[in-house]
Design a protein around this ligand. Structure first.
Ligand SMILES: [Zn+2]
Length: 187
């Protein structure tokens, strides 16, 4: 950000009075343009085939990580709830009709200013299809998941948590901090 969105004057980076963080402050009108983490919200859509859970993954048609596999997820919109965002992203990227269940994972990606949330979900039918941001969508059993081609660590962690909980037949909420060099498991 270089110019104020209120008055178009140049922005300067400084620590405002009574604050401890450097902020984007307008040099003319003094408005502080706060920058806060973005929410990325998605779902873990499951189709149960003869007692075996298969998860719906999307192969990305966009950067970053073009060609890699991901759970349907994306940036939350203003005036939207987290569950609405998860439903919308699942429809947009996978054309999938789902019933949304409990919140399953919260992943802090502090170094890129993001928080990722995933909800468990059930596919209501097999009428899914790749949206404009996906090259293809398909179901994977745990053994079929292309672990080396998963787009983001948040998705890999969420999938591993999911299949571990599935074996215990008990789902709990998982919190994980993703760092650039190592990960710290909190639950
Ligand atoms: Zn201004």
């Amino acid at each position: 950000m270089k110019f104020c969105s209120e008055c178009a004057a140049p922005i300067e980076i400084r620590i405002p009075e009574d604050d401890i963080h450097p902020r984007h402050v307008c040099s003319l009108c003094g408005v502080i343009h706060y920058q806060n983490p973005k929410m990325v919200v998605g779902s873990i859509p499951i189709w149960d085939i003869a007692g075996e859970a298969k998860v719906l993954l999307c192969r990305r048609a966009i950067q970053p990580r073009h060609g890699y596999w991901t759970l349907p997820a994306g940036f939350m919109e203003n005036k939207e709830t987290t569950s609405q965002a998860a439903m919308r992203e699942t429809i947009e990227e996978a054309g999938a009709n789902i019933a949304l269940h409990d919140l399953f994972s919260i992943l802090n990606v502090a170094h890129v200013h993001q928080v990722h949330l995933f909800y468990r979900a059930s596919l209501l039918d097999m009428n899914f299809a790749a949206g404009v941001e996906s090259l293809e969508v398909r179901l994977f059993s745990e053994q079929e998941i292309p672990w080396d081609e998963i787009a983001f660590p948040t998705v890999a962690h969420t999938l591993r948590f999911f299949f571990a909980d599935l074996k215990q037949a008990q789902f709990k909420l998982h919190e994980q901090d993703i760092t650039q060099t190592l990960t710290a498991n909190k639950s």
